[in-house]
Design a protein around this ligand. Structure first.
Ligand code: S3P
Ligand code: PEP
Length: 431
């Protein structure tokens, strides 16, 4: 599918934020790891959350669902001995389930997105699984990956955190089920540290005890625990909503996004502060972010690791700000669905933006007068590139055509419908 994004000066209306992808994957997993029946209200429906649902079902969870909820009966630490799992293009789903798969004798995670997830590295988690006595076959740390588990061992473990926090989260979900107590030391840095808070939050809700050091670099995890079956409610999704808010920020707008909790643990809620720091007129009360955009933004400097999945949308807003913006501490964006620094900036340049890259920084020389556009954009299999380039297209002179825009469904299938409902001129064409 191609998205033809036309210049749009005004956006107006109200959107109910999509449900959080990262909470949906977590609650599905802890529902599957429980011995009992949990209910998840308002789950996300996207390719990634569907991937988790499909895989835990393959592993033996029993799932029933209707329009508002998923009812899931878990398999505890005794998953079905499947031979193959297909996580689609979902990094977190793959990494979280690699540890769960260690309870199975022989599971292969297949490689269905060789150009995207197929290129992402998983060595750090593979090394820790090997410390636990699990045999892992892989191609240079990448898919396809075969896990030959059975009885993984706890004890003293280390995991590197400088590529992804997902490896640590994966171990935090699985180690409470082991016979032994475990201790995890995070080596190097811990990127996307904030999202580990979401992992600890859902673990606690399921009755799991984990002793975490204040800096989140050391953990003591008692073994022989079991997940309690519970009821969970999924909150609105900040990473996806960040793109809607950025669109409102770069146009003349009066847009309200509902269901965005002020006290959420999602790091990407910082997008509200980032836009405020860029001079955008907005309020955030009672779970509603209300943007009254007037196309005037000012540049700023931001630690992007605090809002990793919203960086691209914030960079799109910075393209139209007065002055030079700097998003630093973002190297791990290179290891996502595409290289979100080099690949993304190449597409932004095609659209007419003035951007520079460093190994771990994105620098944007803002163009408050707008950018020419009028070109075709490659989506690089990346939903966040698609969402962010759409923002740029709306404020460009000639619009943008985004190829392979269907990949937006990885996290936000209704993105274009939501934008159109507030007046964005976007045409979707089958390729
Ligand atoms: O734990 C999670 O659910 C996620 C962690 C983050 O990844 P990294 O830790 O690799 O930055 C984030 O980008 C991803 O969308 C979801
Ligand atoms: C990076 C992302 O997801 P994942 O790592 O789960 O593929 C994302 O949603 O932006």
């Amino acid at each position: 599918m191609k998205a033809i994004v036309k210049p749009t000066a005004n956006l107006q209306g109200e959107i109910n934020a999509l449900s959080s992808k990262n909470y949906t994957t977590r609650y599905l997993l802890i529902g599957a790891l429980a011995n009992g029946t949990s209910t998840i209200y308002y789950p996300a429906h996207s390719e990634d959350s569907d991937a988790m649902r499909r895989c835990v079902r393959d592993l033996g969870a029993v799932i029933e669902e209707d329009d508002e909820k998923i009812v899931i009966t878990g398999f505890g630490k005794n998953p079905k001995h499947v031979s193959e799992l297909n996580v689609g293009n979902a990094g977190a789903v793959l990494r979280f389930l690699m540890s769960t798969a260690a309870f199975c004798p022989d599971v292969t995670f297949v490689n269905t997105y060789p150009e995207s997830l197929g290129k992402r590295p998983h060595d750090d988690l593979i090394e820790t699984l090997q410390q636990m006595g699990v045999e892992v076959q892989h191609s240079n740390g990448r898919l396809p990956i075969t896990i030959k588990g059975g009885q993984p061992r706890g004890g003293k473990l280390t995991v590197s955190g400088n590529v992804s926090s997902q490896f640590l989260s994966s171990l935090l979900f699985m180690t409470p089920l082991l016979e032994e107590d475990s201790e995890i030391e995070v080596l190097h840095d811990l990127k996307s540290k904030i999202i580990v808070g979401q992992t600890l939050e859902v673990l606690e809700q399921a009755g799991i005890v984990i002793h975490a050091s204040e800096d989140l670099m050391h953990y003591r995890i008692p073994g022989r625990q079991s997940y309690q079956a519970k009821e969970y409610v999924i909150q609105g999704d900040y990473p996806g909503s960040a793109a809607i808010l950025a669109a409102a920020a770069v146009t003349n707008s009066d847009v309200r996004v509902l269901r965005l909790e002020e006290n959420s643990k999602q790091g990407e809620k910082a997008c509200v502060d980032v836009l405020r720091a860029m001079g955008v007129n907005l309020t955030h009360d009672n779970g509603i972010v209300h943007v009254r955009g007037n196309q005037k933004l000012v540049a700023g400097e931001f630690d992007g690791d605090h809002f990793t999945d919203a960086v691209l949308a914030m960079v799109a807003a910075a393209v139209f700000a007065e002055g030079t913006s700097r998003f630093y501490n973002v190297e791990n964006l290179r290891y996502k669905e595409c290289d979100r620094i080099t690949d993304y900036l190449n597409e932004l340049r095609k659209a007419g933006a003035d951007v520079e890259e460093r190994q771990s920084e994105i620098i944007v020389h803002g163009k408050p007068q707008g950018v020419p556009g009028g070109v075709e954009i490659n989506a690089h299999f990346d939903h966040r590139v698609i969402m962010a380039l759409t923002v740029v297209g709306l404020r460009s002179e000639k619009g943008l055509t985004i190829r392979d825009a269907h990949h937006v469904a990885k996290s936000y299938p209704q993105y274009f419908d939501h934008l159109r409902s507030i007046g964005a001129q976007v045409e979707l064409v089958t390729e």
